[in-house]
Each structure stands twice: as C-alpha cells, then as structure tokens.
Write a protein that binds this ligand. Structure first.
Ligand SMILES: *Cc1c(COP(=O)(O)O)cnc(C)c1O
Length: 272
C-alpha cells in the first residue's frame, strides 16, 4: 500500500448483504423461479414451436411493447446469442455502408471494432472518450447509422438516449440499462439488450425493439446481394419473432424468467 494512503476499513454494515457485480447478471426472484417450476409440465422439455412456449413468447413480446410504451409500427424481435451476437447481426443487417460509433468503454469498443473489421462496410468512424466520460456524435450525411450505448457498463457512464441531429438509424446498446432506466422510443431505431441484467433471467438471448425505419432497413439490405449468415440474418429473426418463435431452439427457462420479470415490472407501473 502506498504510504500516504490512510488505512481505510469499510464498516460491515455498509457492505452489501449479497455482493454481486451490480450491472451484471442479477438476482433471480424466488417467485420468478417458482413460476418456472410451476410451469414445468407442458413447458420445459417441449419443442419451442409448441403453443405453451409460443404463448409465453407472445406475452413477452407484448409485455415489452407495454413496458417501453412502443409506438405503433415498432416491433420486438428476439433471437439466440445475446447482445454480442446481435452486434454481428446489426453489422450484417442494419448498417448499409458508413456508420459512426461512440466508443467509451469495453462494450461500445467491441461493437465499433467488429464493424470496423467488416470487409463489406466502407467508412466506420469511431469517436472515443476517456474512461468515465462520453463522446458525442458529430453527424454527417454520409452516415446511415449511429451507434452508442445507453449505459456503458464497463465505465458506468450513462447517456440520455437522444437521436443525433441526422437521418441515419440510431442503434442503442441497452443491455445494462433496459428495464432500469427511462427511455423515449421516439429517440431510437434499435434498442437492444439481453435478459441477464435488469430482467433477472439468463443470457444467450437477444431482444431488439425496432422502429419502422429499422424494419425498412432490414428489408432494404435483404434485397441487396450482401451475403448474410442465416443465424445472424435479422430478416429471419423478424419473420420468426412474428410467429412467436426463434430461428433455432432457445433456452426455454430463460424466456420464462424473462417474461415473468417483464410482467412483474408492468404490474408495478412499468418503467415509471
Ligand atoms: C453485458 C453487456 C454486453 C454483453 O452482453 P452479452 O449478452 O454477454 O453479449 C454488451 N453491452 C453492454 C452495454 C453490456 O452491459
């Protein structure tokens, strides 16, 4: 220990009773887990195309529409792979050629770097800030997308979700913010997250709230000759989500706990 530092001792009563990484995987409520156990006959161990599962997916998608007060024309899409997989899907299916990224910590940097390395994208502009600070977009008409995070978990920097003053899509990583922070859906085109944080579920599953412009972009890119791996193809995710299912087999326990948490939030007045 450096000799100038006082010998600080944190009193026991100030220490958390259950110390965990605050913005990471969160506690799972006892009733949330009990609901999963109660649903077991007919739910766990069945195909994800069964009605029992589709009903939960439908409730989940409607619950999220309600929680985020999505305007008409917005849609909730789901798929496997978590936020990190969604970054790759967004690179394939949401960015046309040129995009600007705010990079102010580990997560925002990972997405920006992945886009920078995509051989079919042209100009990927990355604006960085020192840890603890956040940069701002510098709009330019060449950009067809702008990417940032609502909460950059690695530095605890939270930004208000506000569109850049430009016409590109606004893509917002909300993995550690969604469900825990207010957001106006008119300020984003894509608000994406995974359920292991505020939603007290498990990971490996992505959710994205899409504006009509984002849906139009997915359809527009699909019409081009860009090759997209089917697993990361957002037009396929959109098509399956509308049928209350995922492209391939999801973790059913994750979906159930996620739906239960969204319903619990809504019962208590939603985000507000
Ligand atoms: C946790 C986190 C991620 C990573 O999520 P995965 O589901 O593990 O891919 C991405 N972005 C932010 C802001 C996060 O907090």
């Amino acid at each position: 220990m450096a000799k100038d530092l006082p010998n600080l001792v944190i009193p026991n009563e100030l220490k958390p009773k259950d110390a965990r990484f605050g913005s990471g995987p969160s506690k799972i409520r006892v009733t949330q887990l009990a609901a999963l156990v109660a649903a077991n006959p007919g739910y766990l161990g069945t195909s994800h195309r069964q009605k029992t599962v589709r009903d939960v997916v439908k409730n989940l998608r409607e619950g999220l529409t309600n929680l985020f007060q999505l305007p008409d024309g917005y849609e909730v899409i789901i798929g496997n792979g978590g936020t990190t997989a969604f970054w790759d899907a967004a690179i394939f299916g949401l960015i046309k050629e040129n995009a600007q990224f705010l990079s102010f910590g580990e997560f925002t940097n990972k997405f920006a770097t992945a886009a920078k390395n995509a051989p079919f994208l042209k100009n990927i502009d990355i604006i960085k800030a020192e840890p603890g600070d956040a940069p701002e977009f510098v709009p330019n008409e060449i950009f067809d997308a702008y990417a940032t995070a609502h909460n950059e978990t690695s530095t605890a920097v939270m930004q208000r979700v506000k569109r850049p003053n430009a016409k590109g899509l606004h893509l917002v990583d909300a993995t550690s913010a969604a469900g825990g922070a207010l957001v106006d859906p008119k300020e984003f085109d894509v608000y994406y997250f995974a359920p292991q944080k505020s939603f007290g579920s498990d990971g490996g599953f992505f959710t994205a709230l899409l504006s009509p412009d984002a849906i139009a972009r997915i359809e527009e890119i699909k019409e081009t000759d860009r090759w997209q791996p089917p697993f990361l193809d957002l037009s396929i995710a959109l098509e399956n989500s509308r049928l209350q299912q995922t492209y391939n087999t999801p973790a059913l326990a994750t979906i159930h706990m996620f739906e239960n948490q969204v319903a619990w939030f809504n019962e208590q007045g939603g985000l507000a």
